[in-house]
Ligand binder design. Structure first.
Ligand code: UFG
Length: 329
């Protein structure tokens, strides 16, 4: 298929671009490079467009034929979403409304949307399936849920299909170790722990050890970024019919505590990672673990990397490459 990937220069987007190319698709990336990386893109055209600029977007899509869009471009920092909600509504909601409007005008019939576990808020059950109540506790989650609702409405009226893939904790790095996670600022646990170990980041703070979990620290479902990428390839391949709205939760179904993740990072690095225990971070639910039974069944999706050890090792290989080949170059 001929596919447009927005945010293809970002973390999950760039891994998915590689998986789509490997699966034989023709890929064009649309990215404003505000947080994405030009070096992460190989073997595909880059359209430099900001989705908030509807006029420019329509001009760029006019006369181009695409079979579908995978839409990663978004702001995704929970803390920043609280301090600057307008930025989040403009990028995530207005940007997606502009994109879907342009797709309808250009006759592009299908969209895969990057959604998040943050739409669920505090879990009511041990395993979160697609039907779990949606009650986001941060602005980032609210914007993603607003987009899901918007997409559902559009599919009902316009012969357009949308699949929302809700990631739990995206983690790890590409096997070749030349592609991985690089946010600025970095807020995620695994890169922060590894950078603390490598001496390239801040000392590590563990946010809260008084949660109602076995060791008192938050439990998350870490899913390898290449497994997320393969879910996107499966999802876009499955979208044959028009007017269909679908959602899938993507995780391994295993929860690891912050202390267990730090221990896995220590094993990957081969040394102790010092940390201090700080207060809880606002907006962090105690536990978030996915039921991905629907994706396994309907998309025939099987995550290949289900252990935190393997995820931490791949992230460490990437962190060494990033430090030696990209930062210190
Ligand atoms: N943590 C620390 N120290 C750090 C960073 C994180 O203790 O330096 C803790 C957090 O408090 C949390 C756990 O490690 O308990 C995981 O935190 P991350 O920031 O790595 O990931 P989140 O679970 O906060 O975020 C993920 C996605 C978000 C999404 C959110 C939904 O990355 O996009 O889940 O809750 F919004």
């Amino acid at each position: 298929m001929k596919l447009l990937v927005t945010g293809g220069a970002g973390y999950v987007g760039s891994h998915t671009v590689r998986a789509l190319l490997e699966a034989g698709h023709d890929v064009t990336v649309l990215d404003n490079l505000s947080t994405g990386h030009r070096w992460a893109l190989q073997d595909c055209e880059l359209m430099s467009v900001d989705l908030r600029d509807a006029l420019h977007l329509n001009q760029q899509l006019k006369g181009r034929r695409f079979d579908g869009v995978l839409h990663f471009a978004a702001k995704s920092l929970v803390g920043e979403s609280k301090s600057n909600p307008i930025l989040y509504y403009q990028n995530n909601v207005t940007g997606t409304a502009n994109l879907v409007d342009a797709m309808l005008k250009a006759g592009i019939p299908r969209l895969v949307f990057s959604s998040t576990a943050a739409i669920f808020g505090n879990p009511k059950r041990d395993l979160i399936d697609e039907k779990h109540p949606k009650a986001p506790i941060n602005v980032y989650g609210q914007t993603k849920l607003t987009v899901e609702n918007m997409l559902e409405s559009v599919t009902k009226s316009a012969g357009f299909s949308a699949t929302c893939l809700r990631y739990f904790n995206a983690a790890g790095a590409n096997n070749a170790a030349n592609l991985g996670e690089w946010h600025d600022p970095e807020t995620h646990l695994i890169p922060n722990a590894l950078r603390a170990a490598a001496g390239t980041g801040q000392p590590l703070t563990l946010f809260g050890d008084d949660y109602p979990t076995p060791d008192g620290t938050c439990v998350r479902d870490y899913v390898h970024v290449d497994d997320l990428a393969s879910a996107h390839v499966a999802a876009i391949g499955k979208m044959r019919k028009r007017g269909v709205f679908n959602t899938h939760n993507l995780g391994n179904g295993n929860g690891y505590s912050v202390k267990e993740v730090i221990a896995a990072c220590e094993a990957a690095v081969g040394k102790e990672i010092p940390y201090k225990v700080g207060p809880r971070r606002e907006g962090d639910p105690a536990t978030l673990v996915a039921s991905s039974a629907k994706a396994r069944k309907r998309l025939n999706w099987e995550p290949k990397h289900d252990g935190i050890a393997e995820i931490a090792e791949s992230a460490w290989r990437w962190e060494c490459y990033r430090r030696d080949k990209l930062v210190l170059r």
